[in-house]
Design a protein around this ligand. Structure first.
Ligand code: 8X3
Length: 298
């Protein structure tokens, strides 16, 4: 697929004799089931033939819930063949059953063998959304548990490193690719009780900014989406160690925190710009949140 068609909105171009996608190695993955199928396609002069139809393959990590699931769903609607990757296979299977164009892959970003197994099955991808990660705990540094910090660094930073390293060859193959991370405003500022998470997200931001410098001149875009308050089913629940009442209080009285779909919408926007347009950083907060620590509540 050429870059122009990969990024053109809602355009699906197929050969006169539709060709199965080679994006998913060793499988005849007929993309005609995902996205819309125009009744009749007339090849135009200058069109390059593409594999199957749609925009190419998008890999989304942490796709079993929240922003990851919403992004997988949205990118499939945008015409990508989506590899939805996460540890919880039952959730991925349910997502794939619900949305045409999603392929579930079991992935643990903290396990190099698991990452290598996924990479071995992909030979040409357009987009990688490094979304796996999250926060654990709100203790001040003097009481923080290093195991929690290690866990956050493993997923938010080293997971991004492992998956990006493993998929870079596939991202460079063909028309070039796009590495996106779900960062956070916690990667831009710090706040009390957020020591481990803000350190991890600052680490992820540094990784992405370094990567962009190092890939300069190669056909890979690098972007960070940095959300503020997003009300998802699990983010605060995990951070607050399963205390649902405490998790609910995070969003109490806040007029319309962002949703996972809001962030998926931003990611879809960033990846569907023309191939020469690199959005480095998109900081996204609800209107009720002026800063990490300044939130208007009713
Ligand atoms: C989540 C945003 O404000 O909880 O990444 O750090 S915040």
């Amino acid at each position: 697929m050429d870059a122009e068609h990969r990024n053109a909105p809602h355009i699906a171009v197929v050969r006169a004799h539709s060709t199965p996608s080679r994006s998913i190695r060793g499988r005849e993955h007929n993309t005609a089931v995902c996205g819309f199928m125009p009744a009749r396609i007339i090849p135009q002069p200058g069109w390059r033939t593409i594999r199957g139809m749609g925009r190419g393959t998008a890999v989304v990590t942490g796709a079993s819930s929240g922003i990851g699931a919403a992004t997988a769903r949205r990118l499939a609607q945008e015409g990508y063949e989506v590899v939805a990757a996460a540890r919880r296979r039952d959730r991925l299977d349910a997502l794939a059953a619900d949305v045409p164009g999603i392929r579930p892959v079991t992935l643990d970003v903290t396990d190099p063998t698991s990452v290598a197994a996924m990479a071995a099955d992909l030979d040409d991808i357009a987009v990688l959304v490094n979304n796996a990660g999250g926060a654990i705990g709100v203790e001040p540094i003097e009481n923080a548990n290093p195991d929690d910090w290690q866990n956050m660094f493993e997923t938010n930073v080293l997971g991004v490193l492992r998956v990006t390293q493993a998929l870079l060859p596939a991202l460079e193959r063909g028309a070039g690719g796009h590495v996106v991370i779900t960062g956070s405003i916690a990667g831009r500022v710090v706040y009390e009780g957020g020591g481990g998470y803000t350190a991890a997200k600052h680490g992820a931001a540094a990784l992405v900014e370094t990567l962009r410098l190092e890939l300069n001149g190669r056909p890979v875009r690098v972007s960070e989406i940095a959300p503020g308050m997003v009300h998802t089913e699990e983010f605060s629940l995990v951070r607050l160690r399963g205390d649902q009442a405490a998790a609910d209080r995070v969003y109490e009285g806040v007029d319309e925190p962002l949703t996972a779909d809001d962030i998926a919408d931003c990611i879809a926007y960033v990846v569907t710009r023309p191939a020469h347009v690199n959005i480095d950083l998109l900081v996204v907060k609800p209107i009720a949140q002026a800063a990490a620590h300044k939130v208007a509540r009713r």
